[in-house]
Design a protein. Structure first.
Length: 107
């Protein structure tokens, strides 16, 4: 069991490392909305941007709605947002703070 978990961890790291060059470009594109504009966005728009960042970062989307919206995204590799670059995690944190301040559901 331990070796199975170890192999899985190593496989995830290899996938992550080999996909960094491609993934960093995709994530950079999904961070294109200036956080200064978050306050002017609707809850729906904030949700979409959040899910886009997660999908481009290959984080597994949790809802059927999100999976349908981003069905063409590359296959996810982890449920854990910690696989995202620090910049992307900070971007999501800012987005979610704005969404909570607007009382958007699900944030």
């Amino acid at each position: 069991m331990h070796s199975k978990r170890m192999r899985r961890s190593l496989t995830l790291w290899l996938i992550l490392l080999t996909g960094l060059a491609e993934g960093s470009t995709a994530i950079a594109q999904s961070l294109s909305t200036n956080p200064g504009r978050f306050g002017a966005m609707t809850c729906q728009q904030l949700w979409y941007v959040e899910q886009e960042v997660l999908a481009e970062g290959r984080v597994c989307l949790k809802t059927e709605r999100a999976r349908r919206a981003f069905s063409r995204a590359e296959r996810c590799i982890s449920d854990d947002e910690d696989i995202l670059p620090t910049r992307a995690r900070g971007y999501l944190e800012t987005l979610r703070e704005v969404a909570r301040g607007k009382n958007c559901r699900g944030f």
